[in-house]
Ligand binder design. Structure first.
Ligand code: NAD
Length: 481
């Protein structure tokens, strides 16, 4: 049974209640986590505050950096173990779980190096004054994390917050806690002072809500759905607590007629496939809408359909192209979208295959390519959060922009064209936080600021930019005659 991790100790929740941990590959319980409540959050916040006042805030920035570097090395040394944990807990094919562990190492390395590079400015003012700005930590930061990439999101959120000088209380998703509980243990072994990283598990409406409302939390980083993002903002607004919001997406891949579909250097078809099937489509930045210029719509769909038909889905341990969805309700959600597609007469181009070894009780969904999806249909508007790609064609650049911007989301856009001026025009006109031209990101993108516009949220995490959100600016004016 797993316990909470507070002040460098494994502790049971005060409720004495637990939640079963289900393996998505076979739908069976294999462990338990604590079902914590507001009392446990209070204990964790007090531990964090004590750490901030007596230890963390007294460390030189370079010392914080050394600790983060030590944690990076420890995660690297335990990467295989962490990947195995994540594989079972989240149903991630091993290669994905390994990539997530590698990204976590990179986040800690990146933020280790950033600790002593964050500085303020000196400002010209009236004669006889010297004015400077200091970047100061908020204090105790709360982190609410979704289930789709626990290690990666912990790395970018907690890594950035610690580097900026904060201490953290983390509420992972009730569906994906195990790897983070292990990482917190590794941090204690690496020498992090008690209370710097605290993990409290449980349901969002209980313990997540308590974290968002706790008066001792000085900043909240929330990554999750737009609906819960609204609740977090409402709770935070009551006490004017700053929030970093990283929400959902319905990201377009926009392919113009000038690209060569077979250009191995461009790698278009494999990139389009990976962008929607990685992590079984349960990715905020999934390229879930495919907008293709009329002239190449049919040939592209033909090649893409062949690639979809080759995809194999099965238990995470088999390390196939696609693993199971996280839980039964997520599987049901994807089925509901697909049955709506059927009712609306939306045509399916191709589907991958669930392998015979996949247990009936696992949460599997074959990757599905749909065509001519009406732009206002819910399949083209809402986050399916499964391996379902909606294709539609466009007539010209203006039409492509209109379709790309026609959802409430604005997280990522992929633009595929060799036409230089068009690349820039499109990058300017598409409303999103990130634009990838002739690629769709590579590796974890640890160095690149990430976040959205519109209902995708307004936070920026990853890269150096994240440190600005995890600090507050103090202006100091000195009069010296
Ligand atoms: P979710 O919003 O249901 O849950 C996210 C977290 O919030 C979980 O830890 C959950 O327990 C907690 N929570 C739930 N109800 C709460 C409440 N009332 N108060 C406080 N906390 C509460 O999202 P999910 O299903 O875990 O994750 C999928 C969503 O996350 C998708 O919309 C996806 O696009 C988004 N996401 C965004 C990014 C990004 O960087 N923009 C990254 C990953 C996932």
């Amino acid at each position: 049974m797993q316990l909470n991790f507070i002040a460098n100790a494994a502790v049971p929740s005060s409720s004495g209640r637990t939640i079963a941990v289900i393996d998505p590959s076979d739908g069976q319980p294999f462990d338990e986590i604590q079902r914590s409540n507001a009392e446990d959050i209070d204990i964790a916040v007090r531990a964090a505050r004590n750490c901030f006042d007596t230890a963390w805030n007294r460390l030189a920035a370079a010392e914080r950096g050394r600790l983060l570097m030590r944690l990076a090395a420890s995660v690297a040394a335990n990467a295989e173990d962490l990947a195995q944990i994540e594989m079972r807990d989240c149903g991630k094919p091993l290669k994905q779980a390994r990539a997530d562990a590698a990204a976590l190492v990179r986040y800690f390395e990146f933020y280790a190096g950033a600790c002593d590079k964050l500085h303020g400015d000196t400002l010209p003012y009236q004669n006889g004054y010297s004015v400077m700005t200091w970047r100061e930590p908020h204090g105790v930061t709360g982190h609410i994390i979704p289930w789709n990439y626990p290690m990666q999101i912990f790395g970018r959120s907690v890594g950035g917050a610690l580097a900026a000088g904060n201490v953290c209380v983390v509420k992972p998703s009730e569906d994906a806690c195990l790897s983070l509980l292990r990482v917190a243990e590794l941090a204690a072994e690496a020498g992090f002072p008690a209370g710097a990283i605290n993990i409290v598990t449980g349901y969002g409406y209980e313990v997540g809500n308590a974290l968002a409302r706790h008066p001792g939390i000085d900043h909240i980083s929330f990554t999750g759905s737009p609906q819960i993002g609204t609740l977090i903002q409402q709770a935070a607004a009551e006490r004017h607590c700053p929030v970093t919001l990283e929400l959902g997406g319905k990201s377009p891949q926009i392919v113009f007629g000038d690209v060569d579909l077979d250009d191995s250097n461009l790698n278009l078809i494999p990139t389009l496939v990976n962008a929607i099937v990685q992590n079984a489509g349960q990715t905020c930045s999934a390229g879930s809408r495919l907008l293709v210029e009329e002239s190449i719509y049919e040939p592209l769909l033909e090649k893409l359909g062949e690639a979809f038909a080759r995809l194999r889905v099965g238990p995470a341990g088999l390390d196939l192209d696609v693993g199971p969805l996280i839980r039964q309700s997520q599987q049901q959600r994807v089925w509901d979208f697909l049955s709506d597609a059927q009712v609306a007469g939306i045509a399916m181009v191709a589907q991958g295959q669930v392998v015979e070894e996949a247990p009936e009780s696992g949460f599997y969904q074959a990757p599905t390519l749909l065509r001519d999806v009406p732009v206002m249909h819910r399949l083209a508007q809402e986050e399916v959060f499964g391996p379902v790609l909606c294709a539609m064609s466009f007539i010209d650049e203006d039409h492509a922009v209109e379709l790309a911007n026609a959802t409430r989301y604005g997280l990522v856009a992929g633009i595929w064209t060799l036409h230089g001026a068009r690349q820039f025009r499109m990058a300017k006109r598409v409303r999103s936080g990130q634009v990838f031209i002739n690629n769709y990101g590579a590796g974890g993108g640890v160095e690149l600021p990430f976040g959205g516009v519109k209902s995708s949220g307004y936070g920026r995490e990853k890269g150096f930019e994240a440190l600005l959100g995890f600090t507050t600016l103090k202006t100091v004016a000195v009069r010296h005659g």
